[in-house]
Write a protein that binds this ligand. Structure first.
Ligand code: T4K
Length: 402
């Protein structure tokens, strides 16, 4: 149904734009026949974890896709980041952006490190390397870059900062599988990078992660740490953990990986549909991709400027959710606005705070069609074009509810 008036919006009693909720992170379609074949094979093989053949195959394919020698598959990306902090023998402080999912900071915190947050570029939302350099102190042991939303952060500049100060450099590439920067695969920067294969990611393994690296010794330490410290040349002070990927997760991840190129093509076409649909809506900026680089397009991010749109991000989110468009405010609050960091050191991060109050991730992925995107954009256009009336009705509604 085409929505023509504010009364047609679901928040004011109109019909929902969608019969079923449309999620940001709906798992992509996979070839179920192939998935069940792999699961059957694993059951027949009677080897369900601890570096089984499907995990080994998955690691080889991820290393190839990432353009590096090693992929160490893990149960998820959070544990992968924790293992990497130990394997790099970090201590004290780690410099990172605050505009990221909590897992980035929590992983460092979990292993006893102190995250030091730096601000981001106001347009791209990516960590500012000059501020990373300024944040280096006597306790700093590493810089953790994040390729936020699958857009790449300024990795070469971060490499220079790390080299100038003798720091370790590694990357949270949870969003960035298959992405390049200056023609180089993201995994070629720093000592290592971490991918996520959570169901909401473009390659999904039920749960899953991988650390990719060209460093043979680091890969060896990670394999040992992942499996309770077994097989280490020298015992690690952290002992070890259980960070292994199961054969079932590898079966799913391999099957999802089979469809990677198709999923990226679908996401790219969705991104183009959003770009066309949002064109000219005042105050709604689609955060762009660098089309000259390989991208997986798995996150569609808009920035809502209330003074131009007439409605703020939070009201827009409420309106979209009423329509069953389950947009997500990635990433709000930013990490430094969350406990346990909020009650600790004071960070002044104006660009991060501004973006955290304005950004919204919109549904994409193979479950989202161009027609659905057209409908989402039409809702946004209607709301912004009638923003005074929308705000007035919303206030009245709130007043009645209070
Ligand atoms: N670093 C970064 C930068 C990250 O973004 C993440 C995770 C990590 C590290 C750590 O990776 P992992 O340890 O998870 O491998 C979701 C995901 O759980 C999380 O993996 C992801 N980033 C983050 C950006 O998004 P939430 O708290 O927003 O999850 P939730 O449950 O609200 O799900 C997100 C959307 O996906 C919802 O709209 C529902 C939908 N969904 C979710 C699942 C699980 C589905 O449609 N189907 C599903 O099976 O964190």
């Amino acid at each position: 149904m085409v929505k023509l008036t504010t009364g047609d919006l679901a928040i004011f009693g109109g019909a929902h734009a969608f019969l079923r909720p449309l999620h940001v992170g709906s798992p992509g379609a996979v070839d179920r026949g192939r998935l069940f074949e792999r699961l059957d094979w694993a059951l027949d093989n009677q080897w369900l974890s601890n570096g089984g053949p499907l995990v080994v195959e998955f690691e080889a394919r991820i290393a190839e896709l990432a353009g590096v020698r090693h992929a160490v598959a893990t149960c998820n990306a959070t544990v992968a980041l924790q293992m990497l902090c130990h394997a790099l023998d970090l201590s004290g402080e780690v410099i990172m952006p605050s505009l990221t999912f909590a897992a980035t900071a929590h992983a460092a915190r979990w292993v006893g490190l102190d995250p030091v947050f730096v601000d981001v570029d106001p347009l791209t939302g990516q960590m500012d390397p000059a501020l990373a350099a300024e944040a280096v102190g006597p306790l700093t042991s590493a810089i953790l870059g994040v390729h936020l939303w699958g857009r790449t952060c300024p990795a070469p500049e971060l490499e220079k900062v790390a080299a100038d100060h003798g720091l370790a450099l590694f990357f949270d590439a949870a969003h960035a599988i298959g992405c390049t920067l200056g023609g180089r695969p993201v995994a070629s920067f720093g000592s290592a990078s971490v991918f996520s294969f959570h169901p909401t990611k473009v390659v999904a393994g039920f749960e899953g992660g991988a650390i990719v690296t060209d460093d043979d010794a680091l890969a060896g330490r990670l394999r040992s740490l992942r499996d309770f410290g077994k097989g280490a040349q020298a015992a690690h002070p952290a002992g070890g953990t259980n960070g292994k990927m199961s054969e079932a997760a590898a079966a799913m991840a391999l099957t999802s990986l089979d469809g990677f190129a198709g999923a990226v093509a679908h996401n790219r076409s969705n991104f183009a549909a959003y770009a066309a649909g949002l064109e000219g809506i005042p105050g709604v900026r689609l955060v762009p991709h660098d089309a000259s680089q390989a991208r997986n397009y798995q996150y569609v991010i808009i920035e809502v400027e209330e003074s131009a749109a007439g409605v703020g991000r939070d009201l827009l989110l409420e309106i979209l959710r009423a329509e069953r468009v389950m947009a997500k405010p990635y990433f709000s609050p930013a990490c430094h606005q969350l406990e346990p960091y909020r009650s600790g050191r004071l960070f002044r991060l104006p660009h991060t705070e501004r973006l955290a109050g304005r950004v919204l991730a919109l549904p994409t992925g193979t479950a989202v069609s161009r027609e659905s995107i057209r409908r989402i954009c039409d809702v946004l256009r209607l709301v912004v074009s009638r923003s005074d009336e929308v705000t007035c009705r919303w206030r009245q509604r709130k007043g009645r509810a209070a």
